[in-house]
Design a protein around this ligand. Sequence first.
Ligand SMILES: Nc1nc2c(c(=O)[nH]1)N[C@H]1C(S)=C(S)[C@@H](COP(=O)(O)O)O[C@H]1N2
Ligand SMILES: [Mo]
Length: 164
Amino acid sequence: MAVVVCLVTVFGLAEHGAAKADDAQSVLRVDGNIRSSEPLRLTRMDLEEIGMHDVVTITPWNDEPTTYTGPLIRDVLAHVGARGDSIVAVALNNYRVVFPVSDARDYDVILAVRMNGEPIGVRQRGPVRVIYPWSEREELRSEIYYSRAIWQMNGFTVVGQVSQ
Ligand SMILES: Nc1nc2c(c(=O)[nH]1)N[C@H]1C(S)=C(S)[C@@H](COP(=O)(O)O)O[C@H]1N2
Ligand SMILES: [Mo]
């Protein structure tokens, strides 16, 4: 019993500490073809300040509509001065996926930092995850776009031809 109480306390503190640290700690590294010659390190607050957008959607992993909130990827790209045609996104587990910048122009794809209003913990596949508006757009409900929905995302590189 004492062990159980102790573990609950330890995990409770760890979770609390992580949530607080998120405000000041970088959650996303951005490099490649951007305005800055040094990699940018954005905190969750930096991402929230870019402007929050809700995507309410059913996903393959949850058949209840879920509200994901975060900046539109096109706004994040503008914020960092991205000039390229592709995004190479990487996750904590080294999963890596490339998606075209055109996805961010054509669809309201977000870098979700909240799920149903709450910051997304690493155990819930946060703190940052790419969410497409699947419920809104039938053509997005395919393996291509599901595979681009990287979770536990911790960085991206802007590559390719200068666009616009
Ligand atoms: N970090 C990370 N994100 C990822 C993946 C992964 O392995 N690691 N798999 C991708 C794939 S192929 C799909 S279909 C969706 C859903 O993955 P899941 O079935 O593991 O939930 O997440 C995508 N995002
Ligand atoms: Mo997949």
